[in-house]
Design a protein around this ligand. Structure first.
Ligand SMILES: NC(=O)c1ccc[n+]([C@@H]2O[C@H](COP(=O)([O-])OP(=O)(O)OC[C@H]3O[C@@H](n4cnc5c(N)ncnc54)[C@H](O)[C@@H]3O)[C@@H](O)[C@H]2O)c1
Length: 390
């Protein structure tokens, strides 16, 4: 780990070793821990220390802390946030806890990385964004974990679109398909209760798809039409059958300020689809194709070529010139899903030491949340076209 030059607005720089605490040690806790563990082996980042991993069960969190490279474990996140040797709080807990932890951490002067979606409700997301704004004025940074922005192929897609290689974008197809709920006997989890998850496939995976539409196009959504559906309304719970109170699948069309139209389709019951985030972007000068299950590749059609030479070319996004790729292996030695989290930590640490606001910011997380809320409102009103209020 190396140290970086201090900046005047930055309270955590220079010779300070940044103390990191992560909250949550299950799925995302493991993915983030892995990134904290390997980021300094591949990227120049400031000195930091994996100080504390926080969870509720002392035995399990102790085991996870030892396994994932954390110096200590704890069960009370409030006590951890109060510590002077903690400068960064990485929130890997479920959505119902995001607002409370993030706001407390920001107010305590800690830089905050929080998993997506920003929160379970618009009111919480707005309060978090307000806290992030106030903290930013004091040099405290915050970021939301839309990690797919850090897939090299999608970062390249963004570069190509920004450079105008697709011309005027007319429409986008974004589909995020999973099947882990296909079996009607799959038991209840916090993800299937509205009070803990906020929504179902909508907040869980449409949030990623909508963030990609906004990120790739650099655009905003003006109105939406949405539909939500729950195919299996009851599932086995700890005390017998329990009601599922969120959607299993969601559909939406989004109108963008540029005039482009995007369709978004997400499901956790698309039998046979494991984790397929597919994006198709169509412009008057070219088109792009991407599938997360093949994340080292980007399909690019250049419609400015003579028609007889046109066709989708497969770009293996593994050259040193490609975003993030130069830090890893020689050309063609492909990377995977977990690398996106390493890139995320690298970008977050860089922002902290340079004193620049990282992206995606809480404002960007709130923009996604507003689209999600409008989709839900539209769905509740028979798919009526619903304006997104910024
Ligand atoms: N970026 C991605 O690709 C991605 C993928 C999956 C989940 N997520 C997001 O990550 C977040 C967490 O999801 P997950 O899949 O890791 O959930 P999970 O159920 O696997 O883990 C949740 C963790 O939070 C901990 N936790 C709950 N209450 C706590 C408390 N009071 N104090 C301390 N720890 C507490 C649990 O012990 C557990 O370790 C959610 O916001 C989810 O949407 C993001």
């Amino acid at each position: 780990m190396t140290s970086s030059a201090p900046t005047p607005t930055n309270p955590h720089h220079g010779n300070t070793t940044l103390g990191v605490a992560a909250i949550g040690y299950a799925f995302m806790g493991k993915a983030h821990s892995n990134a904290w563990r390997n980021v300094a082996s591949f990227f120049d980042v400031p000195a930091f220390e994996q100080k504390v991993l926080v969870g509720r069960d002392p035995e399990q969190v102790a085991e996870a802390a030892a396994r994932y490279g954390w110096a200590e474990y704890a069960t009370d996140w409030r006590a951890v946030i109060a510590r002077d040797d903690i400068h960064i709080v990485d929130i890997c807990a479920p959505g119902w806890m995001h607002a409370e932890i993030a706001i407390a951490a920001l107010e305590a002067g800690k830089h905050v990385l929080v998993e997506k979606p920003l929160a379970n409700t618009l009111a919480e997301a707005e309060a978090m964004t307000e806290a992030a704004r106030a903290a930013r004025a004091r040099g405290i940074q915050s970021m939301i974990g839309f990690n797919y922005r850090r897939v090299p192929a999608l970062a390249l897609a963004r570069e190509l679109i920004t450079e105008g290689r697709l011309g005027t974008i007319r429409h986008v197809r974004a589909a995020y398909m999973q099947d882990w709920l296909s079996d009607a006997e799959t038991p209840m989890t916090w993800r299937l209760r509205k009070e803990t998850a906020g929504s179902g496939a909508l907040g869980d995976i449409a949030s990623h798809a909508i963030d990609q539409v906004l990120y790739l196009l650099g655009d905003t959504v003006t109105d939406v039409s949405g539909r939500l559906h729950t195919f299996v309304t009851e599932r086995p719970g700890a005390d017998g059958t329990e009601q599922v109170t969120v959607d299993d699948a969601a559909w939406a069309t989004l109108t963008l300020a540029s005039g482009a139209v995007a369709s978004v389709e997400v499901s956790r019951m698309a039998t046979g689809q494991k984790n397929s985030l597919q994006l198709e972007i169509y412009g008057d000068k070219g088109s792009l194709l991407f599938d997360l299950e093949n994340l080292n590749e980007l399909g690019f059609l250049d419609a400015t070529l003579p028609v007889r030479e046109q066709g989708f070319r497969r770009i293996l996004v593994n050259e040193p010139e490609h975003p993030y790729a130069g830090a890893w292996w020689p050309q063609g030695h492909i990377i995977g899903w977990e690398h996106t989290f390493t890139h995320q930590i690298r970008d977050f640490l860089t922002a902290i030491t340079t004193g620049t606001a990282p992206s995606p910011s809480f404002e960007e997380g709130l923009a996604v949340q507003k689209v999600l809320a409008a989709v839900e409102e539209s769905a509740n009103n028979k798919s009526t076209l619903t304006v997104v209020n910024y």
